[in-house]
Design a protein around this ligand. Structure first.
Ligand code: TYD
Length: 134
């Protein structure tokens, strides 16, 4: 079983460079209600350390590289992000951590809902309790 679900985007490149277009319903499997991006991350900083109760997200490393750790409460998996034509689908109830941001890394995130702090699970033991139904 693999936790990482990848979406492959078509690169519409020509001699001038590359372009990727994302459309809700075709390339992205949910209604996009929010877009945010993580950039200017300081050296040796890790982020994330949470899961979402309902939110679905697609993360795309549009520049540079980083490593994302996914954890479903039973298995942990590391994925290396450095390809702007690949989206990592991060479903609800998946713990995520982001590490090893390169200089200039830009991580673009498409989200299925607006920002709601009440949708976050920020405590790892609460997360494992929830996925174990305890
Ligand atoms: P957070 O999701 O905790 O960051 P990360 O998972 O990358 O470590 O968000 C950091 C702060 O920004 C937190 O105070 C919530 C706020 N925030 C918003 O207000 N809107 C947003 O869309 C996001 C993603 C975060």
């Amino acid at each position: 079983m693999t936790l990482a679900k990848w979406l492959d985007f078509q690169a519409l490149g020509d001699e001038r460079g590359s372009l990727v277009a994302l459309e809700q319903g075709t390339s992205i499997p949910f209604e996009i209600k929010r877009i945010y991006y993580i950039y200017h991350t300081e050296k040796d900083i890790s982020r994330g350390y949470h899961a979402h109760k309902e939110l679905k997200q697609v993360a795309i490393c549009v520049s540079g590289s980083c490593r994302i750790t996914l954890d479903n409460g039973f298995v942990r998996e590391d994925v290396f992000m450095d390809n702007p034509t690949k989206g990592l689908l991060i479903d609800s109830l998946l713990w995520r951590e982001m590490h090893d941001f390169s200089a200039g890394c830009i991580l673009l995130v498409l989200a299925s809902d607006h920002y709601k702090e009440s949708d976050y699970i920020r405590d790892y033991s609460c997360f494992t309790a929830k996925v174990n139904n305890t």
